[in-house]
Ligand binder design. Structure first.
Ligand code: NAP
Length: 292
């Protein structure tokens, strides 16, 4: 919906609605709002709080957890393992292979390392973190081998633009891709002019990362004014905006209990009617595709 109001008047929706889900191409439904983990695992001192934040998120229904072998060199996958301990079956774990590990054999080996760190027998969704040197056929072949053994349930990509997606789709089995995880928030709307409609036409949901622009959106005066008017916080308003599309997932990272609670409550905020002209001109929709 390029050109649509960037955000708008929100009203508190009924909180008895069940949590929204997004349907993957397989037909499986996953929570629209999940949890990111980038930036965790940097300090031993914070580990307990990070695990507690993820566990609270699971309690609140944010059972889709995004991680990657890259995050703190695998330590974050261990944090995720701790957070999902005893609750693995409730959770939908997403992890990512680095491009430098994305030949067929290296993809399989990287996944096995991630499984060990995650203390699980399967990764629900395994993504290529971004495009690298190895040919896509190689990674795809690795993903297929991992799917055959049940080590991964679905595979997808991250940071792929339309050209990358077209290349992927031209490969045999390439259209089985479950998602493209990309940067998307009120200030980063480049996908609206190309990738988003491309994926929508093919039934591929987008997973939005950095939905709060790594905290930078919190200082946005216009967004904050809208949030105050609607008795929401700035972070909640940014999330509600990202989640206004039914085929969009968002994975904010929150390492405190307060932030997790606040983010979960963004699901109870609903976009209703068109937003103020001033906001529209400040945070315009993308007119042309921009690089990811
Ligand atoms: P983000 O989620 O937009 O922002 C995270 C920052 O916002 C943290 O500093 C967090 O603080 C703060 N925050 C969260 N909830 C808040 C709230 N309610 N009020 C105030 N501040 C709040 O940025 P991100 O971490 O870059 O993106 C989210 C996730 O997407 C990542 O963690 C990662 O899993 C994934 N990601 C993927 C890629 C990729 O290439 N595929 C790239 C970037 C990110 P606290 O930590 O103190 O709570």
């Amino acid at each position: 919906m390029a050109g649509a109001a960037p955000f708008a008047y929100f009203c508190h929706a009924m909180s008895d609605l069940s949590d929204p889900t997004v349907t993957l191409p397989s037909g499986e439904r996953v929570p629209q709002l999940g949890q990111g983990t980038w930036g965790m695992g940097e300090s031993l001192r914070k580990r307990k709080e990070e695990v507690a934040a993820l566990r609270l998120g699971i309690d609140l229904g944010l059972t889709l957890i995004d991680t990657a072998e890259m995050y703190a060199d695998g330590i974050v996958e261990e944090i995720v393992a701790e957070a999902v301990e005893g609750r693995r079956d409730e959770c939908f774990i997403v992890s990512k292979v680095l491009p430098e590990n994305s030949t067929r054999a290296s993809t399989i080996a990287a996944c096995e390392r991630s499984l060990r760190r995650l203390k699980t027998d399967r990764i629900d969704l395994y993504l290529l973190h971004w495009r690298g040197q190895p040919r896509l056929e190689e990674t795809l072949s690795g993903f297929e081998a991992l799917s055959d053994t049940g080590a991964i349930r679905y595979w997808g990509v991250s940071n792929f633009d339309v050209k990358d997606m077209e290349e992927l789709y031209a490969l045999e089995g390439g259209s089985v891709c479950a998602t493209d995880q990309v940067l998307y928030n009120l200030r980063r709307r480049g996908i609206e002019a190309g990738l988003l409609p491309w994926c929508r036409d093919r039934g591929i949901p987008i997973m939005a990362y950095s939905p709060i622009e790594q905290g930078r959106l919190l200082c946005d005066r216009v967004l904050t004014a809208v949030a105050i008017r609607h008795q929401a916080t700035t972070a909640q308003t940014a999330l509600a905006w990202a989640l206004r599309r039914p085929d969009m997932m968002a994975i904010p990272k929150a390492a405190t209990l307060e932030h997790v609670r606040e983010n979960r409550a963004a699901l109870d905020i609903r976009l209703t009617d068109p937003g103020p002209r001033r906001a529209r001109s400040r945070l315009p929709a993308a007119k042309a595709p921009t690089s990811l």
